[in-house]
Design a protein around this ligand. Structure first.
Ligand code: C2E
Ligand code: MG
Ligand code: MG
Length: 444
């Protein structure tokens, strides 16, 4: 890749700042320094810094100004490092550093933290204030044999994991390479699968426990891959998270679920649909607007749409998630905290969230009759939820005895294999009509 405007690269071996025209130039200088470090058995490491705010600035300030900013940031990175270290561009919005004389490998992590401190300050460029979101991947040359390309590839893998798990700094872990490769494979095919109609939604009914009537149906993703077979939804969500594909996937889910919900409602069934959002969706600034557009297209009252977010997703990034939750609530959606009990909600925070419903995780519900501790947890969650004026739904209800016991505990609604597994929309319509005609006495 050729970088047009000059960024600065510092060759510490000659202690002279040289303008660099290309990424190639960085590779050449860094390879030479690394060779020397390896033959002298010195510890070294590569650090890659990705700057999430910079691509947006391309459109606002133009390429020339952004390249100038990148050049200044490289200089600041260099200033934060030791004299023997070099920094240069490794992409339009990325900076790469080679640390070639580390006393111990821990020093690479210390250096990464130092760089992070530089980047998390608000920067001033040409009288403008610029805030950037840096993420850092670090790869250590523990064997003192690795070449530059291996170290850069390892640092990129670490960076990819940092983005996905929304950590600021991530150290390369050899064991993660395989899982990343397989999720990359899925990732590359998922884009095609969305466009070619290979993905489907099934709907799992949720019932009101006092009347046995259908309350909502949860849309669950299904991907039957032509050669790999069934790919579990959590695995494919994991592959898409942190990438642009996640927005595309979520919008596909929304549009499909709303279109099919419209079919369902045309038959005279008046319930809505529950849709899962992922942790990454909560940080996607444009998503709320796109979702609102989808709702307007399909003309489903937003109050009939329940958005499910896992407890961990809601708690993960507190500032952004709260803002997004309020934006969704303002449109009129109802909000559910999914998998409740598996995260770590504080009661104080529960009070702050604009929730309508809590879904008790199936790990407590499925075996609650054989495990008294789980039964006590379920019972407490129901009373806490009611104290907070929330509806409580139990997931993972697999038999009639559990269903009936939840009724005595005053749980509001249930979902699980006992009521029905995920089904295609035509089946759900039949199921809904049967319940409406009061044909399934077992649920009453
Ligand atoms: P979830 O939202 O908690 O969905 C409930 C999961 O529990 C589903 O697994 C469902 O098939 C399973 N389940 C339902 N009843 C029972 C039961 O009685 N016993 C047991 N043992 N399991 C039951 P599934 O379909 O594999 O989905 C797993 C997770 O993947 C979902 O958990 C949700 O977090 C995620 N997911 C699924 N579809 C989507 C989607 O469209 N978008 C997003 N972001 N996440 C999705
Ligand atoms: Mg769910
Ligand atoms: Mg759940």
């Amino acid at each position: 890749m050729v970088l047009t405007p000059p960024a600065i690269i510092y060759d510490a071996t000659v202690n002279v700042a040289m303008p660099i025209q290309s990424y190639q130039n960085f590779l050449q200088t860094a390879s030479r320094i690394l060779l020397d470090a390896n033959s002298a058995h010195r510890h070294s490491a590569v650090i890659i810094i990705n700057l999430e705010g910079l691509p947006d600035l391309d459109g606002i300030l133009g390429y020339t100004e952004v390249d100038e900013i990148l050049g200044k940031l490289i200089q600041q990175t260099h200033d934060a490092l030791n004299a023997a270290d070099i920094a240069g561009p490794s992409g339009r919005h990325q900076i790469c550093c080679l640390l070639s004389d580390l006393l111990t490998t821990n020093h690479a992590i210390l250096a990464a933290h130092k760089i992070m401190r530089v980047f998390t300050q608000t920067h001033r460029f040409n009288h403008r204030r610029v805030s950037l979101l840096p993420r850092i991947g670090v790869a250590l040359n523990t064997s003192q044999k690795d070449d530059l390309r291996t170290l850069m590839s390892n640092a990129s893998t670490a960076l990819h994991h940092a983005k996905r798990s929304r950590e600021s700094i991530r150290l390369y872990d050899e064991n993660e390479k395989d899982s990343l490769l397989s999720s990359m494979d899925i990732w590359s095919e998922l884009d095609r699968a969305i466009d070619t109609g290979e993905l489907q939604l099934v709907y799992q009914p949720q019932l009101w426990i006092d009347t046995g009537k259908i309350r909502s149906a949860e849309a669950l993703l299904r991907w039957n891959h032509p050669s790999r077979g069934f790919i579990p939804p959590d695995k494919l969500i994991h592959a898409a998270e942190g990438t642009e594909l996640m927005t595309k996937l979520t919008l596909w889910v929304f549009n499909t679920a709303l279109r099919q919900c419209q079919e369902y409602r045309k038959t005279g069934l008046d319930t809505g649909v529950s849709i899962n959002l992922s942790a990454g969706d909560l940080n996607d600034a444009e998503l709320v607007e796109l979702i609102e557009q989808a709702v307007n297209i399909w003309n489903i009252p937003p109050g009939e749409i329940m958005i499910e977010l896992t407890e961990t997703a809601i708690m993960e990034d507190q500032s952004n998630s709260l803002e997004t939750l309020h934006a969704l609530k303002n449109i009129g959606f109802r909000l559910a905290m999914d998998d409740f009990g598996t995260g770590y909600s504080s009661m104080e925070r529960l009070l702050l969230l604009p929730l309508d419903e809590i879904k008790i995780d199936k790990t407590f519900v499925t075996d609650m009759l054989s495990r008294p501790a789980h039964e006590r947890i379920v019972s407490s969650m129901i009373s806490i939820g009611h104290q907070l004026n929330l509806d409580i739904i139990a997931e993972g209800v697999e038999n009639l005895t559990t269903y009936r016991h939840l009724r005595t505990l005053r749980c509001d609604a249930v979902q699980g294999f006992f009521v029905g597994n995920g089904m295609a929309m035509p089946e759900l319509i039949k199921f809904g009509l049967r319940l409406k005609a009061d044909e399934d006495a077992v649920f009453r």
